[in-house]
Ligand binder design. Structure first.
Ligand code: HEC
Length: 300
C-alpha cells in the first residue's frame, strides 16, 4: 500500500464501492422480482379459488353441449327437449377452465392438483408434490414458491371443508356417479381441515440475465461515469493542494523562508488542508523568529 498514490488508492476504493453498490442493487432487484411474481401468481390463484367456490356453491355446472376436448362430466340428466344436461363438479370445471386458460395464456398458467388425484391430468409434478407435503407438515404455511428453469412456481393449499366430504370422505356417502367414474379408492377418507390439494401457478421468471441487462443500460453507464468524474475532480483538487503544500514545505526546509503559502484562514474554513497550510505557515513564522533571535545572539 505504501507505494500506491492517493489517486490510485481512490480508484481502488471507488471500484470496490461501485461493485458493492451494484451487489446491493442486484439483491434488491432480485427480491423485487420475487415480490412481483408472488403477487401476480397470488392474483391468479385468487381467481381460480373464486371460480371453484362459485361452482361449489351452486353445486355443479350444467352444460348442454360437450365440446371436443372438454367432454368430461360427472352426471347426466335428460332435458325436456329430449337432449341431455351434463353436470360438471367444481374440480372438473376448474380443470377445464385451466385447460382453456392455459391454451391462450401468454404469462400465467395454472392447475389444481393433488397427490391423491382422481384424474390423470391432475397428476402433480416434483414441485407440486413437495409443495403438498410442505402444506401438510405446516398448517400455517400460506404459499410455497420456487424458481425452476426460468419459471417462477407458486402453490397455495386447498383445504377440505364440510361440503367436500360428500365426495372425498367416506365412499359410502359418495354419489354413485363418482364411484362409477373414479372408483371407491381414489381421493376418499379425508377429514375437514386436511390438505386436499393445491392451486399451482407458473409464470415466466425474470432471469439473472434480464437483471444484469437492466443494469448495463446507457443511462446507468452515464450515471456511473458522471459519479466517477465528480469524484475524480474532487480527489484531483485535494491532491493538487497536497502537492503544492509539499513543494512549499520543502522550499522552506531548504531555507527559502520567503515562500508564500496561499490558503483560507481556519477562522473562515473548516477544511483540514487549510488547517495544515495554516500550521505549516505558523511553523514557518516560528522559524523566521528563531532565525532572527539566533542572528541577534550571534551579533552580540
Ligand atoms: C360432487 C362430488 C365432489 C365434491 C362435493 C367435491 N369434489 Fe373434489 N373432486 C370430485 C371429482 C369427481 C374429482 C375429479 C375431477 C377431475 O376429473 O378432474 C375431484 C377432484 C378434486 C381435486 C383435484 C385432484 C384430483 O383428485 O384429481 C381437488 C383438489 C378436489 N377435488 C378438492 C375438493 C374440495 C376442496 C372440495 C370441497 C370444497 C371438493 N373437492 C368437493 C368430486 C367432488
Amino acid at each position: 500500500m505504501g507505494r500506491i498514490s492517493i489517486p490510485l488508492k481512490f480508484l481502488g476504493v471507488f471500484t470496490l464501492t461501485m461493485l458493492l453498490t451494484a451487489g446491493a442493487f442486484m439483491t434488491t432487484l432480485s427480491s423485487l422480482r420475487t415480490y412481483t411474481a408472488r403477487h401476480e401468481a397470488g392474483a391468479v390463484a385468487d381467481q381460480v379459488i373464486a371460480f371453484r367456490t362459485w361452482v361449489a356453491q351452486t353445486g355443479m355446472v350444467w352444460v348442454q353441449k360437450l365440446v371436443p376436448g372438454y367432454h368430461d362430466f360427472l352426471t347426466q340428466e335428460n332435458a325436456a327437449d329430449g337432449g341431455n344436461f351434463y353436470g360438471k363438479n367444481p374440480a372438473l370445471a376448474t380443470r377445464e377452465l385451466s385447460m382453456i386458460a392455459n391454451k391462450e395464456a401468454t404469462r400465467a398458467i395454472f392447475r389444481v392438483t393433488s397427490d391423491d388425484y382422481r384424474h390423470e391430468d391432475n397428476m402433480p409434478d416434483g414441485f407440486e408434490t413437495s409443495a403438498i407435503r410442505a402444506f401438510r407438515e405446516d398448517k400455517q404455511l400460506e404459499f410455497v414458491e420456487r424458481y425452476e428453469d426460468g419459471t417462477y412456481r407458486y402453490a397455495r393449499p386447498i383445504l377440505v371443508q364440510l361440503e367436500c366430504l360428500k365426495c372425498h370422505g367416506d365412499p359410502e356417502d359418495a354419489p354413485p356417479s363418482v364411484i362409477e367414474k373414479y372408483g371407491a379408492e381414489k381421493a376418499f377418507g379425508y377429514k375437514v381441515g386436511e390438505v386436499r390439494g393445491i392451486v399451482s401457478v407458473s409464470l415466466p421468471a425474470v432471469g439473472g440475465r434480464e437483471v444484469i441487462r437492466s443494469l448495463i443500460n446507457p443511462w446507468t453507464v452515464f450515471f456511473v461515469l458522471v459519479i466517477f468524474v465528480i469524484n475524480l475532480l474532487f480527489i484531483h483538487s485535494v491532491v493538487i493542494r497536497l502537492v503544492r503544500l509539499t513543494r512549499s514545505a520543502e522550499a522552506i526546509a531548504a531555507g527559502k523562508l520567503e515562500t508564500e503559502l496561499i490558503y483560507t484562514n481556519p477562522s473562515e474554513s473548516n477544511d483540514e488542508l487549510d488547517h495544515l497550510y495554516h500550521a505549516t505557515n505558523l511553523l514557518k513564522r516560528s522559524l523566521i523568529i528563531l532565525f532572527k533571535r539566533l542572528d541577534q545572539q550571534g551579533r552580540r
